[in-house]
Design a protein around this ligand. Structure first.
Ligand code: GDP
Ligand code: IMO
Ligand code: MG
Length: 428
């Protein structure tokens, strides 16, 4: 199984960073395929906490090749800050971290447009991370984006920049009634980044394909989650990229036939940051309990994550879209104190029941959960050493999730640390 995609099954923050870190021990290469520094992937090693935004979580293992693919949008300042932070913590990035020359650059006008458009949307806002992700992908699709390779051709860079700044200023001044930006200032700032980013820039498409052809073990790291995928998520309350497994092909330049398997990272309950429907949301003490015990505060923006019970309709939808062969089930320990636990098995809608995830927002907004209630275990599962050693109710809960989703548990995570992980089936 040399080429594995790791994808979030829900609304992001499922624990992908931790799972990638665990799997990297066996891998040679880890490659990110979409998103930008809207992501926050947490890895805890010993007493040290790392939060990776752009750089693949595999970087924390020495000697592994880490790649940021063409499908990622790169804010060069954020990239360089992250590199510096890792260096200060003694993590080597020289010669093992590469960024695609075809990746699109996040520019200051993208950040400005992201923030201003959110302000004018009022109650209809998406709740973005404000990192400029949406406007950067919009420019990419509108064929006016600036790619990393453009940084190194000063004439091309200046021409594209001046045209874009002129167009974007029209919106900033006339639509959003805010200050225009200056192309000269941005030019100088970005030329400063060019020199610093140059040692990392590569033809990563050729690189990834060569690694696969050489039989290397390659992990393809997704950011966000399937329900934030621009096509298959809760549109328009999504991010602007293809977070699902399909994005790994376009975001790295890999043929679908080269991918051997897709592992879904699934949280034992549900969380979401930002706006948009969440059928199993708990606006009560139980939800607050999950938030507190799960430390459900965004790794990127620090915002509180909305919490709810496990939603099997969502995970089945994600499994269908991605073709999961199994799941890495995370944060089971967060349910340790619950006396009863609910699992959503279907949606109630207009007097009937839906078992498939509806694609229309207005339908989803009217859906209510159909719950199966099970007994909690009320015992500590943190760092469980074996499945057999789990309390019976916890074993039953894991079996129930497998029955409802059709997915075996390949990895069970019962704490944020590396050692709080049960690998039940080797991935490669
Ligand atoms: P990602 O974006 O999918 O990588 O996930 P985040 O890092 O944003 O959020 C997951 C959070 O849960 C982080 O704070 C992790 O340290 C933590 N975490 C991961 N797995 C577990 C687990 O099994 N149990 C607990 N209690 N925390 C976990
Ligand atoms: P990781 O990789 C959770 C959410 C935002 C917002 C929506 C659009 O850590 O799982 P954007 O800035 O992308 O245009 O915001 O997507 N969002 C995430 N939620 N985890 C993430 O990443 C997210 N990245 C974006 O909160 O609702
Ligand atoms: Mg996260």
């Amino acid at each position: 199984m040399p080429c594995i995609v790791v994808v979030g099954a829900q609304w992001g923050d499922e624990g992908k960073g931790k799972i990638i870190d665990i799997l990297t021990a066996e891998a040679d290469v880890v490659a990110r395929y979409q998103g930008g520094h809207n992501a926050g992937h947490t890895v805890i090693i010993g007493d040290e906490k790392f939060v990776l935004h752009l750089i693949p979580s595999g970087i924390l293992h020495g000697g592994k090749t880490c790649i940021i693919g063409n499908g990622v949008v790169v804010d060069p300042a954020a990239f360089l800050d992250e590199v510096e932070e890792l260096r200060q913590k003694g993590i080597s990035v020289a010669g093992n971290l590469f960024v695609s020359k075809s990746a699109h650059l996040i520019m200051p006008y993208h950040r400005a447009l992201d923030k201003e458009s959110e302000k004018t949307k009022g109650t209809k806002k998406i709740g973005t991370t404000g990192r400029g992700i949406g406007p950067t992908y919009s420019d990419k699709m509108a064929r006016v984006g600036i790619r990393i390779s453009d940084l190194f051709d000063t004439q091309v860079f200046r021409e594209k920049l001046e045209k874009n700044v002129e167009d974007m200023n029209f919106f900033l001044e006339n639509l959003y009634k805010t200050e225009p930006l200056k192309a000269d200032t941005i030019y100088a700032e970005y030329q400063g980044y060019a020199e610093k980013i140059a040692p990392f820039v590569a033809d990563t498409t050729a690189m990834v394909n060569k690694h696969i052809a050489d039989g290397k073990k390659v992990l393809l790291e997704g950011a966000q989650g399937t329900m934030l995928d621009v096509d298959h998520g809760t549109y328009p309350f999504v991010t602007s990229s293809s977070a699902a497994a399909g994005g790994a092909c376009t975001g790295l330049g890999i043929s679908p036939v080269k991918i051997d398997k897709v592992l879904g990272v699934v949280k034992a309950y549900t969380t979401r940051v930002g706006e948009g429907p969440l059928v199993t949301e708990l606006n009560d003490e139980v939800g607050k309990g999950l938030q507190d015990r799960g430390k459900e505060f965004g790794a990127t923006t620090g915002r509180a994550r909305r919490c709810g019970w496990f939603d099997a309709v969502v995970v089945k939808h994600a499994s269908m879209i991605n073709g999961f062969s199994g799941m890495a089930l995370t944060k089971l320990d967060v349910l340790d104190e619950c006396s009863e636990i609910k699992v959503c098995t279907a949606y109630k809608y207009k007097g009937g029941e839906l078992s498939e995830f509806p694609s229309e927002l207005h339908v989803l907004e009217q859906c209510e959960p159909v719950y199966k209630t099970v007994k909690g275990w009320r015992k500590n599962t943190v760092g469980a050493m074996s499945m057999a050693g789990l309390p019976q109710e916890a074993k039953d809960y894991v079996s129930l999730l497998t029955d409802l989703t059709g997915l075996p548990v390949d990895i069970l995570s019962t704490g944020p640390r590396r050692e709080e992980t049960l690998v039940l089936k080797t991935s490669f």
